[in-house]
Design a protein around this ligand. Structure first.
Ligand code: BTX
Length: 329
């Protein structure tokens, strides 16, 4: 780790307090004049630093550009995002995260990119990830749960994003099974969970999510313009990406810990509260037929529960659902 990022971390930890030059000098083993030079460099990069005689230094503001350091500054988590890998441009943060996880990267490591040139959706679909317009992030987790429960982490992530959109942005998000966040019937965010596991042990899970943040309507690609939206389109204002990231990470850590200690019921309840078209009639296509059924909620293994006309409630894993031709029930 560079002296520079150690210095930023040290300053970030002080909140509003000053840290003396002597303390910095002792902790980082650099001279007072070296500290002064580093501070000048940070200012050039957009950090606002206050230096007061007899008190020391403190950070007043950080630049509005995503980097390992700007995410750290003001991040209120204990373990999530304490290590951040930031890429200006990369094919996919999922690929970077897999590689890091295989090399031993720890629980809570975050990979984030300004732009993805080959962002991945599920089933080899593409995820469009324009430069500096959204949040393109992958989180490495090493959860102590059985592999078949991993889909619960996707559902958990959906509730985290919905919670942030609701509480911070005053929006009314819906979670469309299994993994889309919907605003006004359009997709604003998608989640992709990938894992490496043995029979009864997860080696690691990578939770990737994309959020369209500051796109204008005309900046969405033609192929998705009718089905996609952004936070800016929905709220009529641009949002600070760094602040959103920090809020998401803090909420994720909190809800993840709650899930680990209390189990799935809380997640299930939150998910169903925001579930898209719950209680509505829809058409579900399986191998043999197309049937009408009412969406009831989700099961412990992440399956969708649907009640068929004969009254039977079935678990659905990957059927085709005619989401847009439902009637109120
Ligand atoms: P999905 O397969 O459910 O959704 C992909 C589909 O959504 C595409 O086929 C397209 O129709 C539509 N789509 C593509 N891009 C967008 C977009 N920006 N906004 C709205 N709709 C879109 C969802 O897969 C999972 C996506 C995960 C993306 C994250 S980003 C960070 C991480 N890295 C990576 O490569 N993937 C994940």
């Amino acid at each position: 780790e560079s002296t520079r990022s150690k210095l930023i971390k040290l300053l970030s930890l002080q909140d509003d307090n000053y840290i003396s030059g002597q303390e910095i000098s002792d902790k980082l083993k650099i001279s007072r004049s070296a500290i002064w030079k580093h501070m000048k460099e940070l200012e050039k990069d957009g950090y606002e630093i206050e230096a007061k005689r007899n008190k020391g230094y403190r950070i007043l503001g950080s630049p509005n550009k995503v980097s390992e350091n700007t995410i750290q500054w003001g991040l209120e988590t204990n373990w999530l995002g304490k290590k951040v890998i930031h890429k200006a441009s990369t094919p996919s943060t999922q690929i970077v995260a897999h590689q890091l996880a295989q090399e031993g990267a720890g629980h809570g490591t975050v990979v984030i990119a300004d732009e993805q040139t080959a962002g991945k959706g599920r089933l080899s679909r593409d995820w469009y990830s324009a430069k500096n317009k959204g949040i393109w992030m992958s989180i490495i987790l090493r959860p102590n749960i059985l592999p078949y429960l991993a889909p619960q982490l996707t559902l958990l992530t959906a509730t985290v994003l919905a919670d942030v959109f609701q509480k911070k942005l005053q929006l009314a998000p819906k979670i469309k099974w299994p993994n889309d966040i919907i605003l006004n019937d359009k997709k604003v965010s998608g989640i992709l969970t990938e894992m490496q596991a043995e029979q009864d042990k997860i080696n690691y899970v990578i939770i990737g999510f994309g959020i369209n943040v500051n796109h204008e309507q005309k900046e969405l690609p033609n192929t998705i313009i009718n089905r996609a939206t952004s936070l800016k389109i929905e709220t009529g204002q641009a949002w600070e990406i760094i602040e959103l990231i920090q809020r998401i990470l803090a909420t994720f850590e909190e809800k993840y810990e709650e899930y680990m200690s209390k189990g799935f019921p809380i997640v299930k309840q939150r998910w169903e509260q925001n579930g898209y078209r719950i209680g509505e009639k829809t058409k579900i296509k399986s191998f043999q037929s197309v049937d009408e059924a009412v969406i009831m909620g989700i099961a412990d293994d992440g399956a969708l529960l649907a009640k068929y006309q004969d009254g039977e409630v079935k678990k659905i894993y990957s059927a085709e659902i005619d989401w847009f031709k439902t009637e109120k029930f």
